[in-house]
Design a protein around this ligand. Structure first.
Ligand SMILES: NC(=O)N[C@@H](CC(=O)O)C(=O)O
Ligand SMILES: [Zn+2]
Ligand SMILES: [Zn+2]
Length: 347
């Protein structure tokens, strides 16, 4: 196959940061996606509808005039989120949901939720107003092995949560394990999961074999090959529970290439091309459109996009680095050739 055309895809999990750095990267997403869920883990975190709408305004202002890109804002849940903020979010179409970061789990999660028991009233309000809960699904206990943190979260937090709030819509963000995939497959249509391109393409050897590769360090951390295979099966199955979320998470190069490097892979520059590579390797390019363009919109009850994106087989070399505010940024597969090239045709 030399080209494949999809309905315009969406990115249901994206980090854009803010300020000059954001302005340097936001168009990478807008060139490929119709919409993106913009994560709220700024400093300080985006905890209110007002702050999210201001942030959204800065994103739109940084885009080229002819861009057709709709940021859908996630709010950052804290121990102190008032039920009233949930009501305001439910009344604001630009807000897609609330993001649960267990405190200490990942980048800028310090202000996150310290114990699920502390937010029961907020969860009740989310369920009542039908506002989705987006979850970074890892426990944070220092004694739990980092490769087991997602599986433990599913047993100790997610399963009880789903039982207690059966009508709550929940997205297990950036699922990385067989346990996560199997849990979501067994749930009804109110539970979904995003899958990143890097977790489809790489296992933990890419991080640790033959040298430590900080640009492959992200959270949840890359897992062993059997988990990657479970993710590929889920993404390419057509199962409506699973949809595209890059978790593209840019960090300045010196913060990645460091004795204590930050977590996050920058995949937005070639996002759909990376997914196409993973689907092609699985012999499932025909399933890419459902995963990238249909399932997420259906889960959120939003219309599918008009317009299309075409992937041409036209190998090209990904740059070694990109501008990122005062610094630079190393994209996924920097310096390597990628077989597909995406071009978007807004409808
Ligand atoms: N995925 C990551 O490794 N990092 C994300 C945070 C997150 O999504 O957990 C970031 O904001 O840098
Ligand atoms: Zn996360
Ligand atoms: Zn993320």
């Amino acid at each position: 196959m030399d080209s494949i055309t999809l309905a315009t895809p969406d990115d249901w999990h994206l980090h854009l940061r803010d300020g000059a750095a954001m302005a340097d990267i936001v168009d990478h997403s807008a060139r490929q996606f119709g919409r993106a869920v913009v994560m709220p883990n700024l400093k300080p975190p985006v905890t209110t509808v007002t702050a999210a709408l201001e942030y959204r305004g800065r994103i739109l202002a940084a885009l080229p005039d002819d861009a057709r890109f709709e940021p859908l804002m996630a709010l950052y849940l804290t121990d102190a989120t008032p039920a009233d903020e949930v009501r305001r979010a439910a009344e604001t179409p630009e807000i897609i949901g609330f993001k649960l970061y267990p405190a200490g789990a990942t980048t800028h999660s310090e202000a996150g939720v310290t114990a699920i028991g502390k937010i029961q009233r907020t969860l009740e309000a989310l369920e009542r107003h039908d506002v989705p809960l987006l979850v970074h699904g890892e426990v944070t206990d220092a004694e739990i092995d980092i490769f087991d943190r997602e599986a433990r979260f599913i047993e100790s937090v997610l399963k009880p949560l789903v039982r207690r709030f059966p009508a709550l819509r929940i997205v297990l963000e950036h699922v990385t394990t067989k346990e996560g995939v199997e849990f979501v497959q067994g749930c009804g249509p109110r539970i979904g999961a995003t899958i990143t391109a890097h977790h489809l393409l790489y296992n933990r050897n890419a991080l640790l074999a033959g040298g430590i590769r900080p640009h492959h360090y992200c959270l949840p951390v890359l897992k062993r090959e059997s988990h990657r295979q479970a993710l590929v099966s889920a993404a390419t199955s057509g199962d409506a529970h699973f949809f595209l979320g890059t978790d593209s998470a840019p960090h300045p190069r010196p913060h990645k290439e460091s004795a204590c490097g930050c977590a996050g892979c920058y995949t937005a520059f070639t996002a759909v091309e990376l997914y196409a590579l993973a689907f092609e390797r699985a012999g499932a390019l025909d399933k890419l459109e459902r995963f990238a363009s249909h399932n997420g919109a259906d889960f959120y009850g939003l219309p599918r996009n008009r317009g299309t994106l075409t992937l041409h087989r036209a190998p090209w070399r990904i740059p070694d680095a990109l501008p990122f505010g005062r610094d630079s940024l190393v994209p996924a597969m920097a310096g390597e050739d990628i077989p597909w090239r995406a071009s978007r045709h807004p409808g």
